[in-house]
Design a protein around this ligand. Structure first.
Ligand SMILES: *Cc1c(COP(=O)(O)O)cnc(C)c1O
Length: 388
């Protein structure tokens, strides 16, 4: 199949839910991707923050292939070693007490929503089910997580949406306005990814934590995108110096295989009990074996490197003409310009650089292992495209 026949085959058989760029990636190594015509690209997208250790990573491949050679799936009626080991690792590296494994970010958030509702309803009655999320948030595409997403644009076509979600401005005043005696949780991204790589104010986050603690409201941090080393912390909440009750993650955790995790901390570790939740594929042993090789390598040394690389990129991108601001943390970077972000992304692709957009911004989520030479190529191409 050549490029054109692939595009045609896709267009006539795949649901029209994606506006694809005209590129088909077929391989690569590390931070380099190769398309169907053999052209090479520097990858600053990692399949939306997924391929954290790049493409064709040896350690991850070995872990995955080794597991495939043993058994590819164990349903959750039985014990599975990779799942237990990954959960142990995650609990050790955070203060989480229990992990529920799902297959995606949205599913991890579904589990968080169910946990928060059960936690509150079993203590304070069935009426305490409201969850406050933030305006401009993004929490996923399932009905519950779509409702949780605080952007009116997403709340079309699919009525009725779920009850019990309220959208607050990212200020204490905003939280107070949405708070009622029905509130059971506050759910937020610490750096809003999809809507423009905007970090929340640290002081605000601390205040929300206090607000929640005082009222026995669960604090849910959605780290589907910010998690797994992306921000230069294993989980971004560790850089915000807070103790959440639930942390959800996905994207980078599997380095390309579908996996999501809902990490429950002390307060709600025993909230979900037998029969409350489940998944056929959740915690798949192959995905878990790969994730173990990801989490094991995200040590302090690598996390410091991520912080350093983020600072390097930020400093150089800020100097590019027409760049108005650079936001984000670690290797999660948003670039504000006067130009159309989608057009910038198209121009970058032509020159061999893969970038993402986030609303009006250009978004960079390079592999955590990107090196200086590769970053310099990315900076040069961004300079050519944005700086003109
Ligand atoms: C991507 C994302 C999700 C949804 O994850 P899926 O794996 O696509 O379901 C949820 N929350 C945040 C913050 C995300 O970036």
């Amino acid at each position: 199949m050549n490029e054109n026949t692939l595009f045609e085959c896709d267009k006539s058989n795949i649901a029209n839910t994606y506006a694809r760029y005209g590129v088909a990636f077929v391989g690569g190594k590390g931070s380099t991707l190769i398309d169907i015509n053999g052209k090479e690209y520097i990858d600053c997208a990692t399949g939306i923050g997924v391929n954290a250790f790049g493409v064709n990573d040896e350690a991850w491949k070995n872990a995955v292939i080794n597991q495939i050679n043993q058994i590819q799936h164990v349903c959750n009626l039985y014990y599975s070693k990779p799942q237990a080991e990954l959960a142990k690792l995650l609990c050790e590296k955070t203060n989480a007490k229990k992990i529920f494994f799902a297959n995606s970010g949205a599913e991890a958030n579904e589990c968080a929503i169910k946990t928060a509702r059960k936690y509150s309803s079993s203590r304070y009655g069935e009426q305490r089910y409201e969850i406050i999320t933030l305006k401009n948030s993004f929490h996923g595409r399932t009905m519950a997580t779509l409702t949780a997403t605080g952007q009116p644009n997403f709340h079309k076509h699919f009525n009725p949406f779920l009850q019990g979600f309220k959208y607050a401005e990212a200020t204490m005043d905003g939280i107070w306005k949405q708070y009622t005696d029905k509130t059971c949780a506050v759910m937020m991204e610490l750096i809003q990814g999809e809507s423009g790589v905007n970090a929340l104010d640290k002081e605000f986050v601390k205040q929300v934590e206090k607000f929640c603690k005082e009222r026995d409201i669960l604090l849910i941090i959605d780290e589907v995108q910010t998690g797994n080393g992306r921000t230069g912390y294993l989980y971004a909440y560790q850089g915000f110096d807070i103790s959440p009750d639930i942390v959800t993650t996905a994207k980078g955790l599997g380095n390309g295989l579908p996996i999501g995790a809902c990490m429950m901390f002390e307060k709600c570790e025993n909230t979900l009990t037998y029969g409350d939740h489940g998944s056929t594929f959740g915690g798949n042993p192959v995905a878990c074996a790969g994730a173990i090789s990801v989490i094991e390598r995200l040590n302090d040394h690598l996390l410091l490197e991520v912080q350093g690389k983020g600072a390097y990129l930020k400093a150089h991108i800020e100097r590019i003409k027409n760049v108005k601001s650079v936001s984000g943390m670690g290797l999660m970077i948003g670039i504000e310009t006067d130009k159309n972000a989608k057009e910038i992304a198209e121009q970058c692709l032509k020159r061999g650089l893969v970038v993402l957009t986030a609303h009006q911004k250009v978004r960079l989520l390079p592999p955590l292992i990107i090196n200086k030479t590769e970053m310099d190529v990315a900076i040069r191409i961004l300079n050519e495209v944005i700086g003109q």
